[in-house]
Design a protein around this ligand. Structure first.
Ligand code: ADP
Ligand code: MG
Length: 339
C-alpha cells in the first residue's frame, strides 16, 4: 500500500472544522455574523452549559430557501463570494463558506429557516457532517440554529474545553463585541436562563456601550470623530482620569468587524503618551472605516486577525484622532463654565 494517501473525507473535515471551531465562543461568533450578514435587525443567543451542551441563535434575517439548505452546510459553499475579484472587496463578515460545514462536523445541528417568499419554512437536522434530513416546517421569517453537544465525536477536543463558566464568559465576550460593532442590530444574550445582555439596536454606539459595559464606563468617554489618510476613525476613548490598569478594554473594529490590532493599540497609547501615568492604560471602542481593498481579512480562519496593506497610515489616523479628542477635552475643561 502506498505510504502517502489522501485523508478520508470524515477525517479531513474534522481537521478543517478544528481550525474554525475551537470552543463554543467560536460557534457563536460565526453564527452571529451569519445573522448580521442576513440583515437581521434582532438576534437572540441562548446558551446552556457554557454553550457546550446547547447554543440557540435566532434571527429575523432573510432566511435560507429550502433548495439551498443542504448546500449551505457544504464546505466552501457561500452566497457571499463568487469570483477571485470579490475576495479583494469583502463587505460581509463571512465569506469562506466554512462555518456551517465546520459546526455540523463537530456537533449536532438543527436549522429552522424561512424566507419571506416561502409560505412554509424548512427544518434540517445534521450531525457529524453526515447527510442531513430536510423537511417542511411552519416558522416565522428568519433563521434559528440550534447546536447541541459540541465535540460529542471529538473527545480529545472536548477534554480541552474549560469549565462551563469560563466557556460561557468567552461566549459573552464575543457577543459583547459583536453587539458593539453593530449598534443597528438588537442583540440579546441569555446565559443559563438569565438575560445578561440586551442592546436596543437604535444605531447609537454610546447607548450600545452603556448596555454592554454599564453606566460608569459609558459616562467616562470622549467622542472621537476624525478623518485622515482616507481613513475614518470614530467612536469613543476614555477620559485620562478614567484610565485603567490593563489593556483589556481596548476594542477596535475595522469596517464593523471586531479585530485585534497591535497597530491600533500602539497608536492609541502613543496618542495618550503625555496624558497618562506609567502603568495606566486608555480604553476605547474605536471604529475604523477604511477602503475594503486596503484590508486583508483573509489571514486567519477565525478572521479576528487582519492585515492592513499599509500600517503607517492607519497608525497615523488613530494617533491624530486620539490626540484631537484629548485636545478637545482640554479646551472644554479650560473654558469657564457658563452660569
Ligand atoms: P459564509 O458565511 O462564509 O458564507 P457559512 O458556512 O457561515 O459561510 O454559511 C453558508 C451560507 O449559508 C451563507 O453564505 C448564507 O447564504 C447561508 N446562511 C448561513 N446562516 C444564515 C442565516 N442566519 N440567515 C440566512 N442565511 C444564512
Ligand atoms: Mg458565515
Amino acid at each position: 500500500m502506498a505510504k502517502i494517501q489522501v485523508l478520508d473525507k470524515s477525517v479531513s473535515e474534522l481537521i478543517a472544522a478544528g481550525e474554525v471551531i475551537e470552543r463554543p465562543a467560536s460557534i457563536v461568533k460565526e453564527l452571529l455574523e451569519n445573522a448580521i450578514d442576513a440583515k437581521a435587525s434582532a438576534v437572540t443567543v441562548e446558551i446552556k452549559q457554557g454553550g457546550i451542551g446547547f447554543i440557540r441563535i435566532t434571527d429575523n434575517g432573510i432566511g435560507i430557501a429550502r433548495e439551498d439548505v443542504p448546500t449551505a452546510f457544504l464546505r466552501h459553499a457561500t452566497s457571499k463570494v463568487r469570483t477571485e475579484d470579490d475576495l479583494t472587496n469583502i463587505a460581509t463578515l463571512g465569506f469562506r463558506g466554512e462555518a456551517l460545514a465546520s459546526v455540523c462536523a463537530v456537533a449536532k445541528v438543527e436549522l429552522i429557516t424561512k424566507t419571506a417568499g416561502q409560505e412554509l419554512g424548512s427544518r434540517y437536522l445534521i450531525q457529524g457532517g453526515e447527510n442531513g434530513t430536510l423537511e417542511e416546517a411552519g416558522c416565522p421569517n428568519g433563521t434559528t440554529i440550534i447546536v447541541r453537544d459540541l465535540f460529542y465525536n471529538v473527545p480529545a477536543r472536548l477534554k480541552f474545553l474549560k469549565k462551563d463558566f469560563s466557556e460561557g464568559n468567552a461566549v459573552q465576550g464575543i457577543v459583547e463585541k459583536i453587539a458593539l460593532s453593530h449598534p443597528e442590530v438588537s442583540v440579546k444574550l441569555i446565559k443559563e436562563n438569565k438575560t445578561v445582555l440586551h442592546t436596543s439596536g437604535n444605531r447609537d454606539l454610546r447607548s450600545a456601550i452603556y448596555s454592554v459595559f454599564g453606566k460608569d464606563f459609558a459616562t467616562g468617554l470622549l467622542p472621537v470623530n476624525y478623518q485622515h489618510n482616507g481613513i475614518r476613525v470614530s467612536g469613543f476613548i476614555t477620559k485620562p482620569a478614567c484610565s485603567r490598569t490593563n489593556r483589556s478594554m481596548q476594542h477596535f473594529f475595522v469596517n464593523d468587524r471586531y479585530v485585534k490590532t497591535r497597530t491600533g493599540m500602539a497608536a492609541l497609547e502613543e496618542g495618550y503618551k503625555h496624558s497618562l501615568m506609567v502603568g495606566k492604560f486608555p480604553a476605547c471602542v474605536l471604529k475604523l472605516g477604511i477602503d475594503y481593498s486596503l484590508v486583508d481579512v483573509n489571514v486567519h480562519p477565525a478572521k479576528i486577525e487582519i492585515r492592513f496593506v499599509q500600517e503607517r497610515p492607519v497608525f497615523e489616523a488613530i494617533y491624530f484622532a486620539v490626540k484631537s479628542a484629548l485636545e478637545q477635552e482640554d479646551i472644554l475643561k479650560s473654558q469657564p463654565k457658563s452660569q
